[in-house]
Write a protein that binds this ligand. Structure first.
Ligand SMILES: [Fe+2]
Length: 400
C-alpha cells in the first residue's frame, strides 16, 4: 500500500520573487507582522531588504531575531509571546529551516496558547487556525516551505519532535534563489545534501508513493546536475535556481513517505552533538544507499545514474549498491561537505549515544500509528553502529 501525498501550500518561485512579499501580505489583510530570523541572516542584509519591501506597502514590522539552531521550545515560545504582545496579524519567517520552523511555531502560538509542548506530534493534534504565514527560505535544503509541520527540539527529553495542525500551516512560501547567492560553500554543500536526503530517502522509503517518487526523481537529478556547480561558484544563478527548486521538491517528496535512516541518524547527531542538520543527515548516505540496494534496487540504480555514475546493464545488486555508494561519496568529496572527523567528533561517543536513540525513535514512529518504520530494511542498533563506523572512516577526505 502507498502512503498519502498531501499537496503543499502555494509556492511563489523564481529569481526576484521575494520582492512580492509586501504585496502578498497586503492581499492577506495583514497590518502588522513579526519577522522571525537569526542574526546571521540579518548581517548579510537579507532581513533589511525584506523589511523595506514590507514597509513599502504600509505594513508595520516587529522583529524576533533570536532564532536558535534546532529551535528549542523556549525560543519558539519567546517569539510567540512577542507576537501576541505586539498584536501581530501576520508572520514572516526568513532564513534556513530553524527560522522557518520557529516562524511556524510563532504562528501557532498566536491563536493557540502555550505551552507549545501540548501541540507536539502529527497524529490527532487539533489546533485553531491562525494568522497568515509567509516563509522565505535563504538556503536550498530544508524544503520547510513545502512541509505541513515544523521540527522543534524538546529540550527536556533532548529529542527532536514536531508541531503540526492547521495552526501552523504555511500560507505562502516565497522561494527566491537570489537569496541563496551569499551562502558560504560549506552551507551550500550540507543544505544541498539535506535536500538530497529528502528526495533519496522519500524515494526509497517503505512508505514511498508514486506521486512523491516522481517529484523525488526530478529533485535528485537537479542535485546531481547543480550541487557541485553551486558550491564552486555561488553566483551561478542557474545552479542556485536548480538547487532551490530541488529543495522545494524535496519538501514535497517527503510529505507522506518521510525520510529514513540517514535522517534518523542525522537528527540524533543534531540533538546529541549539535551537528548541523544537513551535515548529520548526509553523514551516512553512501553506506545506506549501498545497504538498501537489495530491496530498493531500481531506485538505488536511478540515484547512482542521476548523481553521475550510471550503472551498466546487467549489473548485479551488489554492483548497483557500489555505484550508488561511489556516486554519493564523490559528491561529498567534490562539494567539500564536512565529515564527522572534520567536525572533531569522537566515534566512541557517537556509538554510545546514536544507535540506541535511532532505534528508539523508529519504535516511537511505529507506535504513532504508521505500523512500520520508513527504512526499507528492519534496523537494529548494531546496524546503526556498523553504518556509523564505516561512515566515520570512509566518508572523510583529508585535505591534500
Ligand atoms: Fe532534512
Amino acid at each position: 500500500m502507498e502512503s498519502i501525498y498531501c499537496a503543499p501550500n502555494p509556492i511563489l518561485f523564481g529569481v526576484g520573487s521575494s520582492k512580492e512579499t509586501g504585496k502578498k501580505l497586503k492581499e492577506f489583510g495583514c497590518t502588522k507582522v513579526i519577522l522571525v530570523y537569526d542574526m546571521g541572516i540579518k548581517k548579510v542584509g537579507v532581513v533589511d531588504k525584506i523589511d523595506e519591501i514590507i514597509k513599502a506597502e504600509g505594513i508595520e514590522t516587529v522583529y524576533y531575531d533570536n532564532v536558535q539552531a534546532d529551535p528549542p521550545i523556549w525560543s519558539v515560545e519567546e517569539a510567540g509571546a512577542l507576537a501576541v504582545k505586539e498584536g501581530c496579524d501576520g508572520v514572516v519567517g526568513i532564513g534556513g529551516g530553524s527560522s522557518l520552523d520557529t516562524a511556524k511555531g510563532t504562528k501557532l502560538l498566536i491563536t493557540n496558547p502555550p505551552p507549545l509542548r501540548q501541540y507536539f506530534g502529527r497524529v490527532g493534534v487539533v489546533t485553531k487556525p491562525s494568522v497568515p504565514l509567509i516563509v522565505i527560505p535563504t538556503t536550498a535544503g530544508t524544503g520547510s516551505e513545502c512541509t505541513p509541520g515544523g521540527v522543534i527540539t524538546d529540550t527536556e527529553k533532548n529529542i527532536k519532535t514536531n508541531i503540526a495542525g492547521t495552526g501552523c500551516t504555511v500560507t505562502l512560501g516565497i522561494v527566491d534563489p537570489e537569496l541563496t547567492v551569499g551562502l558560504p560553500r560549506f552551507i551550500t554543500a550540507y543544505t544541498g545534501f539535506d535536500a538530497l536526503g529528502h528526495c533519496a530517502e522519500a524515494y526509497t522509503s517503505r512508505l514511498a508513493n508514486s506521486i512523491c517518487s516522481c517529484i523525488a526523481r526530478e529533485g535528485i537529478q537537479l542535485i546531481g546536475k547543480y550541487l557541485v556547480r553551486a558550491c564552486n561558484d555561488g553566483t551561478d544563478m542557474e545552479a542556485r535556481a536548480g538547487m532551490s527548486l530541488a529543495a522545494s521538491l524535496g519538501g514535497m517528496a517527503m510529505s507522506g513517505p518521510y525520510c529514513h535512516l540517514p535522517h534518523d541518524i542525522g537528527r540524533s547527531l543534531g540533538t546529541k552533538f549539535h551537528v548541523p542538520h544537513g551535515n548529520g543527515c548526509c553523514a551516512t548516505l553512501p553506506q545506506v544507499l549501498q545497504m538498501i540496494a537489495g530491496v530498493k534496487t531500481e531506485e538505488v540504480k536511478f540515484i547512482a545514474g542521476a548523481l553521475g555514475n550510471p550503472v551498466p546493464d546487467g549489473a548485479s545488486v551488489e554492483e548497483i549498491g557500489k555505484y550508488a555508494y561511489d556516486a554519493a561519496l564523490k559528491l561529498m568529496k567534490d562539494t567539500g561537505v564536512p565529515s564527522l572527523q572534520d567536525l572533531k567528533l569522537n566515534l566512541d561517543d557517537l556509538l554510545r549515544e546514536v544507535p540506541a536513540e535511532v532505534v528508539m525513535q523508529m519504535d516511537i514512529f511505529k507506535k504513532l500509528g504508521f505500523g512500520v518504520c520508513t527504512c526499507p530494511l528492519d534496523i537494529t542498533e548494531k546496524d546503526v553502529a556498523d553504518v556509523l563506523t564505516r561512515a566515520y572512516y570512509e566518508n572523510h577526505f583529508p585535505k591534500e
